[in-house]
Design a protein around this ligand. Sequence first.
Ligand SMILES: Cc1cc2nc3c(=O)[nH]c(=O)nc-3n(C[C@H](O)[C@H](O)[C@H](O)COP(=O)(O)OP(=O)(O)OC[C@H]3O[C@@H](n4cnc5c(N)ncnc54)[C@H](O)[C@@H]3O)c2cc1C
Length: 394
Amino acid sequence: MSSEFPLFALSEEHQAIREAVRAVCDAKVAPFAADVDEHARYPDEAAAALLAADFHAPHVPEEYGGAGADALATVIVIEEVARACASSSLIPAVNKLGSLPVQISGSEELKKRYLGKLAAGEGGFSYCLSEPDAGSDAVGMKARAVLDRGSDGDHYVLNGVKRWITNAGVSEYYTVMAVTDPEKRGRGISAFVVEKSDPGVSFGAPEKKLGIKGSPTREVYLDNVRIPADRMIGAEGTGFETAMKTLDHTRVTIAAQAVGIAQGALDYALGYAQERKQFGKSISDFQGMQFLLADMGMKVEAARQLTYAAAGKSERGDADLTFFGAAAKCFASDVAMEVTTNAVQVLGGYGYTRDYPVERMMRDAKITQIYEGTNQVQRIVMARQLLAGVQSQL
Ligand SMILES: Cc1cc2nc3c(=O)[nH]c(=O)nc-3n(C[C@H](O)[C@H](O)[C@H](O)COP(=O)(O)OP(=O)(O)OC[C@H]3O[C@@H](n4cnc5c(N)ncnc54)[C@H](O)[C@@H]3O)c2cc1C
């Protein structure tokens, strides 16, 4: 076949990105992953290395000073970082999640100001949708934003509590969804850029989590936070729509994170199975073990292919992205949970200890089935798309 037929093959540029990220991760991310997990500390080494290599927010377009990576390249970056350290992969993933609302719906002025700061490494971006009583049912949020026509110009005053916010306290910038018209439910929600330094913004204690312990998850408290009205992202009442459009794209990045975690566990299990001897031979010589490894490899590859197909749809903005984003996230995260659990099995008792990385990967994998919409919610999204007759477009 001719090389002008790129279907189902990564371009040389994408392959080069994978090699470059892997080199950074092997040298500066993987060596600290166990310590980051053990001490539930922020992955400072990874943050510095990703920033130095311009992999901290690769999706930011070149016109705003970013690396201008397409959706597939961004997925490859996140996948490779997650293969080494899932906590660290939330740096590029959440920078995309937090800033994409600005990129999708923000004014040119907001894009220039905030995407530029993100690209330049002046601060990360978090995404504030969830609340204590509004998780899967995000429309049920209570945070309020009220217009204040003061003598110093139009402002909004924000009050409320956002929960489970990844990288809260570390990020400088926050996309916050808040109710501007309680009568209109989803159409009464607006999105705003809030800065960490805005008076009235504060953070709760880090949650004590099962996995991704190096990624701080905190509540964000908004106490009479008065911000200029031009920090609204898009028109009033469009915030929920922007939030959902964002998730269509970023569920693909969670799928990438899941693929990376699963690949890391598979790689470790393959090496271990060839080293470990029982009954006078390597355990990889036993057919029962080979079948387990084969299923792991098959499922990781299927998840990767679906994720890359979804990334193509994200890049092109295809009409079936909503289905594919949900399908990739749901499938890849279920695969990551299964593959990491089986990697622990491959290592036997050793896999159950913190002396080996696979138990960390198994704990890290679990979150991919929960955030950016649980896998039950992804199935609701997929079923709605199917029943609405949205056809798959290759
Ligand atoms: C570590 C971590 C990081 C996070 N980061 C962020 C972030 O950066 N920004 C942000 O906004 N949010 C974030 N979240 C929030 C996350 O998206 C929510 O936890 C998730 O959407 C689920 O909401 P919930 O926890 O309130 O669960 P609930 O909505 O209470 O769900 C509980 C259970 O009920 C099921 N369920 C709910 N509704 C249905 C239904 N209709 N049909 C079938 N089953 C249903 C769910 O699938 C789940 O199993 C994060 C969460 C965690 C744990």
